[in-house]
Design a binder for this molecule. Structure first.
Ligand code: SF4
Ligand code: SF4
Length: 505
């Protein structure tokens, strides 16, 4: 028997009295084993962990037998290397089969123009002056969709996303372009959606309904007092109540609204107030509304090219999220169950495993930019990553005036995953990471090579998961402790009941 290379140990500090002393190490932390190939995660006692350690160094004894047999059933231990390799290959092959049949997202950017001037906008100067998609360009973009899908060997149903700049601008050109795009999508049977700032959403609702667009995504920064400091018109006028009106108009018409809450260090403490407001408005309980969050990012890396001097490249690509934000976020959640109820946060895809007994879902590719997203910009260019639109050094081809697909640029990106990036292949946390970090950052930092790694750091991946576990586990254990089912003495079930997640009980 051998310990799986993908078995990860997470160490978490819990409030006192949730678990017995047999689970606590000398620092008062508990250990969880997780394996994203088998989808298992369990809280383990010190003696169970010792058995695993003895197996690791080849010194097991008779007393370890039952525990290791149970660990093998959970996929932390394999009979031999061939058995583990087979399980891993089945997982990877299954993932790529799914990717080939999964919906492919085509983003249409009629123009980069936007009526707002949000302080953190990644499109920056592009949004003030922009070319526009002509009718021929829109037609050409739709014509290229089957060709792109074929190049990606993708047979899934395509879907269309209106993107910008701001797609739902209340101008004659934009209304015309949006209708042209929605009409073509509708005629071809492609579902459509829009990512909008929402300030003119109410005016677009009839058009969206007419062409079967059933869902839009809108961003908010918090309650009006915070939001209106940052999401403002170019002359500084506030936007919150206009967006609110747009959301309500969409909901009244039966259009689903995904509300993305942008969070940073300055706004995180406003979330509880926002949650109260959302509850009063009926958004939290409305089945047409989904509220989720995203941390605001620094995007200086978008401006980097491989020609920049090395030191400059490295300093520009470093660090997306401000230090301490994730700690502050979970601290706020802990004190405010209503925010948890509103967001159901799950950045590391482990919430449903801990709370609902679901499998842990492995992450083989950190972002979808290489595999299932294409953006059509108003210059006739194609992009994989929506954050790079309008920056020709990141274009992967063109759709107008002629279709070109830059395979030499694109291939390494499309096939980049946990096993193609050398440094990630042997990494113990790769299935929690997706491997390689952001491809654009890796490309920029390495001087133009996609098959390199911009590693967010093994310790960072582990501590992100540990932070979320420290938040989720007490909730799961408290729930379980009030709902105990007696298991037969001395069985794996009994052993795991003491410490594993609800799916074991
Ligand atoms: S990017 Fe870093 S943490 Fe992620 S799989 Fe690669 S080596 Fe591991
Ligand atoms: S390439 Fe980087 S910036 Fe673009 S979507 Fe992927 S992770 Fe995000």
């Amino acid at each position: 028997m051998q310990v799986s290379a993908n078995t990860v140990e997470f160490r978490v500090e819990l409030p006192p009295d949730l678990v017995g002393p047999e689970y606590l190490d000398k620092d008062g932390k508990v250990s969880l084993l997780a394996n994203a190939v088998s989808g298992s995660m369990d809280l383990v006692s010190r003696s169970e962990l010792s058995s695993l350690e003895r197996l690791r160094v080849g010194r097991t004894s008779e007393e370890d037998r039952d525990i290791l047999t149970a660990f093998r059933e959970r996929g932390y231990v394999y009979e031999d290397a061939a058995a583990e390799q087979k399980a891993y290959r089945d997982l990877v092959d299954g993932y790529f089969r799914t990717i080939q049949e999964a919906p492919f997202q085509f983003m249409f950017i009629p123009s980069f123009v936007c009526n707002l001037a949000c302080s953190y906008c990644f499109e920056g100067e592009l949004t003030t002056k922009s070319p526009q998609m002509s009718e021929e360009m829109i037609e050409a973009a739709f014509d290229s969709i089957p060709m792109i899908q074929e190049l990606h060997e993708n047979s899934g149903p395509p879907y269309i996303t209106l993107f910008g700049g701001e797609p739902l601008l209340d101008t004659a050109y934009q209304r015309w372009a949006v209708e042209e795009i929605l009409k073509r999508a509708y005629d071809r049977g492609y579902p459509s959606t829009a990512i909008t700032n929402g300030v003119d959403l109410d005016k677009y609702v009839p058009l969206l309904k007419q062409y079967g667009c059933e869902e839009v995504q809108v961003s908010l920064d918090g309650t009006p007092s915070v939001h209106d400091q940052r999401r403002v018109f170019r002359n500084g006028r506030p936007t919150f109540h206009r967006i609110e009106r747009g959301i309500d108009a969409a909901l009244d018409a039966g259009v689903r609204v995904l509300i993305r809450l942008l969070v940073d260090r300055d706004s995180v403490d406003d979330m509880p107030n926002f949650a109260e407001m959302a509850q009063e408005k009926g958004w939290i309980d409305n089945p047409l509304v989904t509220l989720f969050y995203g941390f605001t990012k620094q995007t200086t890396f978008l401006y980097v090219t491989p020609d920049h001097p090395e030191e400059r490249r490295r300093t520009m690509v470093r660090g997306d999220v401000k230090p301490g934000l994730s700690e502050a976020f979970f601290e706020m959640l802990r004190a405010n169950p209503l925010v948890d109820d509103m967001l159901k946060p799950d950045p590391a895809r482990i919430r449903s495993a801990v709370m609902e007994g679901d499998r842990i879902h492995p992450n083989l590719q950190g972002c979808s930019a290489g595999t299932s997203v294409i953006a059509f910009d108003p210059n006739g260019k194609l992009y994989g990553c929506p954050e790079t639109v309008g920056r020709p050094q990141h274009a992967c081809g063109s759709y107008a005036p002629e279709f070109r697909y830059a395979r030499a640029y694109r291939e390494p990106w499309r096939h980049r995953h946990v096993d193609t990036v050398e440094m990630c292949r042997q990494c113990n946390v790769k299935l929690f990471c997706g491997g390689g970090g952001c491809p654009i950052k890796a490309w920029a930092a390495s001087g133009g090579n996609f098959d390199t790694c911009y590693c967010p750091k093994v310790e960072t991946i582990k501590s992100n998961v540990e932070r979320e576990l420290a938040y989720l586990l007490p909730m799961a254990l408290r729930r379980r402790n009030t709902n105990t089912v007696t298991k037969e003495k001395g069985t794996w079930q009994e052993m795991s009941q003491a410490g594993s997640f609800p799916w074991m009980s």
